[in-house]
Design a protein around this ligand. Structure first.
Ligand SMILES: C[S@@+](CC[C@H](N)C(=O)[O-])C[C@H]1O[C@@H](n2cnc3c(N)ncnc32)[C@H](O)[C@@H]1O
Length: 248
């Protein structure tokens, strides 16, 4: 459980920490010309510290996710906001079910279904647009592990889809898409998923890419930068690393 620090750091302390981190050697993956440097915003407002329901599910999800509290809270908030958008929620890239459990808990009192798709045998479709992934990463999970975890939370609003999405399991998704969380690490998977999803995305529908701001995930960064050219979306680069697209 996260706790409110006894004394918040002053602006000066935050600034000093920022400059310390900025002095780290900048990283870049030159062949894609994507630059990296540690991002440390100055803001201090933390609404998640007041949200008991979020902190409760996050404390359980923490050991089932690779995703930090900032992005988990954003998923929680966006899932709740998606209640006014027609359709269901889809996550591709579930691993051990952490972010999926946050999405399903956020909308558990509604009619929305949460579809959670993963190979459960690791990353697929790594290729020449990717800098770090070779395929097979994150295979330390299983359908049964995720099903047992989600059932232990008394959730019944989810459906697990096992196989490559969309080729193997796209046909099992039902309804329009209100929100899609894409957390698949590599260019071609992200591109195939979004090409499948675009005709199904509702007006005001939300796409969230987990990997946009992360070293080693430049394939997804490149793909999102291509998608930014699509004038039908409002694009937001959240400094927590998320890329968010909202359909106009
Ligand atoms: C970084 S992990 C997901 C992390 C998870 N969201 C969490 O809460 O920590 C990426 C996952 O994407 C899955 N994956 C990648 N491409 C896929 C595809 N096209 N279809 C299904 N699963 C895919 C991998 O099997 C892997 O479990």
């Amino acid at each position: 459980m996260n706790q409110v620090p006894k004394k918040s750091p002053s602006k000066e302390e935050v600034k000093n920490a920022y400059h310390l981190l900025r002095s780290e050697v900048p990283m870049s993956n030159n062949f894609l010309n994507i630059k990296h440097q540690r991002v440390l915003p100055f803001a201090t407002y933390c609404p998640w510290l007041d949200d008991r329901s979020f902190l409760d599910i996050y404390s359980k999800a923490q050991s089932h996710t690779l995703v930090d509290i900032y992005r988990c809270f954003e998923l929680w908030e966006l899932a709740k906001q998606s209640l006014s958008i027609e359709g269901n929620i889809l996550e591709v890239g579930v691993w051990r079910g952490g972010t999926g459990s946050i999405l399903a808990t956020a909308v558990k009192d509604s009619k929305k279904q949460v579809f959670l798709a993963d190979t459960f045998t690791g990353v697929v479709k790594a290729g020449s647009n990717d800098t770090n992934y070779i395929g097979g990463e994150h295979s330390d999970t299983s359908y049964d592990l995720v099903n047992t975890y989600l059932s232990s939370l008394n959730l019944s609003n989810f459906k697990l889809l096992k196989g490559i999405f969309p080729e193997d399991t796209g046909g099992d998704y039902q309804g329009p898409i209100a929100m899609l969380h894409c957390d698949v690490d590599v260019y071609s998977s992200a591109k195939d998923i979004i090409n499948w999803a675009l005709p199904r995305l509702s007006s005001s529908g939300i796409l969230v890419f987990d990997d946009y701001g992360f070293y080693g995930c430049e394939g997804v960064t490149s793909y999102c930068n291509e998608l930014r050219l699509n004038v039908n979306f409002t694009f937001i680069h959240n400094l927590n690393g998320h890329a968010i697209f909202v359909k106009k």
